[in-house]
Ligand binder design. Structure first.
Ligand code: NDP
Length: 370
């Protein structure tokens, strides 16, 4: 009862939170449309068309952080503001994603387009259609919303982390654990934007329609749950030994190498199927599927890398509580589910070529285990 009385008022958004979020989205829309960046053609859609993505996420992010730093230096805004208003921002982004889902559904139902991007796919089950969405690539004022929301989520995660870091410095309890957690996340997020063009060939972009699952996942789930370790470290003290810290760095580095290496190999292979993999000509099944490099070790080695990275974000918190392990546990469940759905899609798309690939590479994610 006391907890509810404490939490409920904190969940009600104030006007300053509305302005904060509105400014963030307006900035992202403007920066995404104006700032320079490589324009990358997306995967071919079933009707043969391709969308074009302006990959200027890293410039947009660096400018945003610079502007926020300037704002803080000029005493225009407090760096700790997000850490102070976490719950109301959470409830606001949740409300926002619900409203966006309803608008997407209504707009999709009224779409008369026959293009693969905009044709509505209605299953007749309202809950299913709201959850998974009905259009592949809905747009608003020329902005690809799927690309926009995932960018908002990744940048939001970094902004939450930076604010939590500022709070930790302000409270005088900056620890090695907090530094490691922040460092790994900042490298991961920066890397995401440096290689933003690789996103254009991922499952979310090429296969998933835009509904509550993705909107909520991008603007609420990613920033607020991936940052749990930071929030947790604000209230809990962990004494990391040097050995534990070094081991933690190794988990991060190996995870990064596998994650980035696998995603890069697939991306390069799709663009230039003859490009060398680890200095050797690629081994290809049926002219379409890469079966060497990381893709010859397990069919989703990129998921293995991501899981190691997720683990490395939580290890700085020690082993005293399961709470900071929320992200790796969630990711394990998500990626196993996703891998099953992706395999079903690939089996249908590639048929005997896929069966041959599975014979050549029997492991799904973890070599010799799964
Ligand atoms: P993938 O990037 O693995 O994309 C799967 C697609 O790649 C398949 O549908 C198929 O598409 C193609 N493909 C599969 N195997 C091969 C092969 N051997 N050779 C050539 N093409 C192949 O999956 P995701 O989009 O799910 O993931 C991308 C990254 O994002 C991963 O690293 C993942 O860990 C990460 N991720 C992170 C999440 C998080 O919450 N942190 C959530 C989800 C993903 P096609 O039909 O084009 O051939």
């Amino acid at each position: 009862m006391d907890l509810a009385a404490l939490l409920l008022p904190a969940l009600i958004p104030s006007w300053s939170s509305v302005v904060l979020l509105g400014t963030f989205f307006a900035y992202l829309a403007a920066a995404g449309s104006i700032l320079p960046g490589k324009v990358v053609p997306g995967a071919a859609l079933p009707d043969g068309s391709r969308l074009r993505y302006r990959c200027n996420g890293s410039v947009s992010l660096l400018l945003l952080v610079a502007l926020l730093g300037l704002g803080a230096w000029m005493d225009f805004l407090r760096p700790t503001i997000i850490a102070e208003r976490g719950l109301e921002l959470l409830s606001m982004t949740f409300t926002f994603s619900t409203l966006v889902t309803l608008v997407l559904y209504a707009a999709g139902c009224n779409s008369t387009s026959d293009s693969s991007s905009l044709k509505p796919h209605l299953s007749g089950n309202l809950i299913h259609d709201l959850w998974f969405g009905i259009q592949l690539n809905p747009q608003f004022i020329g902005i690809d919303l799927k690309f926009f929301f995932v960018r908002a989520g990744m940048m939001g995660w970094l902004l939450i982390n930076l604010s939590v870091l500022a709070r930790s410095v302000q409270d005088g309890n900056l620890s090695l654990s907090m530094i490691l957690y922040q460092l790994f996340c900042v490298l991961y997020i920066l890397d995401y934007f440096v290689y933003e063009e690789y996103m254009t060939s991922t499952w979310d972009i090429i296969a998933e329609r835009l509904g509550f699952m993705l909107v909520f996942g991008d603007v609420v789930w990613i920033p607020f749950t991936f940052s749990i370790q930071g929030w947790w470290l604000l209230r809990n003290n962990v004494e990391l030994t040097t050995t534990a810290a070094i081991a933690n760095c190794f988990v991060f580095l190996i995870g990064y190498m596998v994650f980035r290496g696998a995603n890069k190999q697939k991306h390069v292979f799709k663009r230039s199927p003859k490009a060398l993999i680890w200095g050797q000509p690629p081994k290809v099944v049926g002219g379409k599927l890469l079966a060497s490099g990381y893709w010859g070790i397990a069919r989703h080695c990129n998921y293995l890398g991501d899981l190691l990275l997720a683990l490395s974000f939580s290890l700085p918190c020690g082993l005293s509580s399961p709470v900071p392990y929320f992200y790796p546990i969630y990711l394990l469940i998500l990626l196993i589910w996703r891998e099953r759905r992706d395999e079903a899609r690939c089996a249908e798309k590639y048929r005997e070529i896929w069966a041959e690939y599975c014979r050549l590479v029997p492991w799904r994610i973890f070599p010799y285990f799964y």
